[in-house]
Design a protein around this ligand. Structure first.
Ligand code: SF4
Length: 322
């Protein structure tokens, strides 16, 4: 089969020559990598994993395994990209920090949520910068990557299954045309999981930061019970960001309220993660997410398809990486 562009995408003037995969190491992107390696889909030129520096251990393990057992034998390059370490950046007064969607207890006692900037900074922007680099854009001495010629573009594969077609979105730029091979194949999430199961990849995890506020209670329990080191990191982080990021405080702009990782507005180590959170704690994330909160988003933090919370503003037409 060939990959086709999303119906709302700009119509390219000539066929794309680069096939790229937005790789989160979750079920859907892992299946796309495997399908390409097996010749069921066109050969990928590369698969890009945007590393926030604070991913769960099982995500790094899944990525290593996919690289060694699937990508390398098929001659597909896995490139690991980084815009920094999201945890360190939040705690370092000298680092720029893009806010995570933390739950806020305002001074009047009302509840709020910080705007999610992290997916754009730590994932989308660097995936697009890599796309421009692959398309021949100039790389400046300071590492920034310039514009691509108007006619150039590549196909960016995004893992969306047919039961979730409404999550398919454009990339927001003309030079990266989001494509959805699982949609074109009509494969559901269950089909995709069954395909992975049949090839020995039953336990593929999802990509998400250790301390992501969108973590479900089940996710927090998994961290507490199976990954004590990362659980302790999250607990320490939760306490450390109570008054906002270190840089904001150093600049005399403390948070007007208190920040929490858990929607109950309780410190993570005393929040009731063994019981379903009350719906009134979840009203900021929407009804669908509230229903899912016990198990959480099955796909974690997908750059263009995250179901968690309000969508981020796409990076638009800016073509120079921050
Ligand atoms: S997993 Fe959560 S904290 Fe990490 S980049 Fe995605 S939305 Fe932000």
């Amino acid at each position: 089969m060939t990959t086709q562009h999303h119906q709302n995408s700009p119509h390219p003037t000539k066929p794309p020559t680069i096939q790229a995969l937005s790789m989160g190491a979750g079920v859907q992107s892992s299946a796309l990598l495997l399908m390409s390696a097996q010749g069921l889909l066109p050969k990928l030129d590369y698969a890009a994993f945007a590393d926030t520096g604070w991913e769960r251990p099982e995500t790094y393990a899944a990525l290593d395994r996919l690289e060694n057992e699937v990508a390398k034998p098929a001659g597909i390059e896995i490139v690991r990209l980084s815009a920094g370490d999201i945890r360190r950046d939040a705690l370092d007064p000298n680092s720029r920090f893009s806010t995570m969607p933390m739950f806020i207890k305002n001074r009047d006692g009302s509840k709020g949520m910080l705007r999610r900037q992290c997916t754009s900074t730590y994932k989308i922007k660097i995936l697009l910068a890599e796309a421009r680099r692959r398309l021949g854009a100039e790389v400046f001495d300071d590492g920034r990557i310039g514009r691509v010629k108007r006619s150039q573009h590549l196909n960016m594969w995004v893992g969306i299954s047919s039961d979730e077609f409404h999550r398919a979105k454009d990339s927001g730029v003309k030079y990266a045309v989001n494509t959805f091979p699982l949609l074109e194949l009509g494969l559901t999430r269950a089909d995709t999981q069954a395909y992975l199961d049949s090839h020995g990849f039953a336990a593929v995890s999802k990509s998400a930061c250790v301390g992501c506020p969108y973590t479900s209670n089940a996710g927090w329990r998994n961290l507490r019970d199976n990954h004590p080191e990362q659980w302790n990191q999250a607990v320490e982080f939760d306490h450390a960001i109570r008054e906002g990021s270190a840089r904001a405080n150093a600049n005399g702009r403390p948070l007007l309220g208190q920040a929490f990782l858990h929607p109950s507005l309780q410190p993570l180590d005393s929040a009731s993660i063994d019981a379903p959170p009350k719906r009134r704690h979840l009203r900021l994330v929407g009804a669908d997410e509230a229903d899912n909160w016990e198990d959480g988003d099955p796909d974690g933090c997908s750059p263009w398809a995250c179901r968690s919370g309000r969508p981020e503003t796409p990076p638009g037409s800016s073509e120079v990486a921050a």
